[in-house]
Design a protein around this ligand. Structure first.
Ligand SMILES: [Zn+2]
Ligand SMILES: [Zn+2]
Length: 346
């Protein structure tokens, strides 16, 4: 039995909203906003890069940095602005994205000189807390743990969908990353294909247990440790101050962790964000990725969480430019062992 409660609500426009909580929530729903625009995504294949991309013209109209009183991720209040969550109270909320890249009933793709496909899949928004400000570092341990249980539930539900090949929870944090809403939240994409970076990681894990082989040698790269998890700067980091959080024993995903390991991971993720924020004395803009096994790769793929921060110094961001965008070869200004030392000492 999972230790949390899950309440399912069907929104007026047909989208699903899930409320996760430690104790049952029984409030009746409040009025909801207008109908969502019809999604019009499709996939196109890049014949040279050999990768699918999603084309989503409808996403241009999405909500951009609204003032706090019009935040769509705050709880709704009786008589107030109707938010995405028509309940006065919640702890963690997950709902289908109003501006999704992937949908369960995509339109037929256009016929083009390159292969196209329906953008079938699912995109969800994960609201970490009812409070408008905060981060993984400032949530309470109880809130972070509930968030991880909600993600674990999403993995199980989404991987059970026939056409889903890969599920990725992620967080874009900070305006430098292009965040359009400040309320602490992440997203989940359930892809109908294994994206290229994951295909490569899965291929590497099929050949060797890369992370298990690396773990005994990470002393100078380690940043923090908690209950069977290690936070470290990979010796091969592509971003200055990149941090990975990895279980020291093999796990393909959140879904195989014990309750104690879930708690340890929740604590270590919080401390890792606190360290990144302390580094330059400002909230670190980053992309956080959960890399669990794509479907069919559960025997070899070692679960890990990657933080890719974009600052290389206070107020100075790392841009992906000529060699990174044009050749896929990164230049890195900070040695990973030096980054690890600084993150250990903050
Ligand atoms: Zn808000
Ligand atoms: Zn990865």
């Amino acid at each position: 039995m999972p230790p949390f409660h899950k309440h399912t609500h069907r929104k007026r426009d047909g989208r699903e909203l899930l409320l996760y909580s430690w104790a049952p929530l029984e409030d009746p729903p409040l009025p909801e906003p207008e109908e969502a625009p019809a999604p019009s995504s499709h996939l196109r294949y890049h014949p040279l890069r050999r990768a699918w991309a999603v084309y989503t013209p409808h996403r241009q109209g999405r909500t951009f940095l609204p003032p706090e009183e019009h935040c769509p991720l705050c709880p709704s209040r009786p008589g107030g602005f109707p938010t995405e969550i028509p309940f006065p109270r919640f702890q963690v909320a997950v709902f289908q994205n109003r501006f999704p890249a992937f949908v369960e009933t995509p339109p037929a793709p256009p016929s083009l000189p390159v292969p196209t496909a329906p953008a079938w899949g699912r995109c969800e928004v994960v609201v970490y807390t009812p409070r408008h400000t905060g981060s993984l570092a400032t949530l309470s341990q109880e809130e972070r743990l509930l968030l991880l249980w909600a993600l674990r539930d999403r993995y199980q539900v989404l991987y059970a969908l026939e056409g889903v090949r890969f599920v990725m929870p992620f967080e874009n944090r900070g305006e430098a990353i292009g965040v359009t809403l400040h309320h602490p939240h992440g997203q989940i994409y359930a892809y109908p294909f294994v994206p290229p970076l994951l295909e490569r990681e899965a291929e590497a894990f099929r050949e060797r247990p890369v992370l298990l082989e690396l773990l005994p040698h990470l002393g100078p790269y380690s940043v923090d440790r908690e209950g069977g998890f290690l936070a470290f700067v990979p010796p091969f980091a592509h971003f200055p101050y990149e941090v990975w959080v990895v279980p020291e024993a093999f796990h393909p995903g959140l879904w195989t962790l014990s309750e104690g390991e879930m708690e340890a991971l929740a604590r270590l993720l919080g401390r890792t964000v606190a360290r990144l924020d302390a580094l330059f004395g400002e909230p670190m803009p980053y992309v956080m990725l959960f890399h669990a096994a794509p479907k069919g790769e559960e025997a070899h793929f070692h679960f890990h969480v990657e933080f890719l921060p974009v600052l290389r110094d206070k107020g100075r961001r790392k841009y992906l430019a000529g060699t990174e965008l044009g050749a896929g070869a990164f230049t890195v200004d900070v040695l990973p062992e030096e980054a690890a030392r600084r993150l250990r000492e903050v």
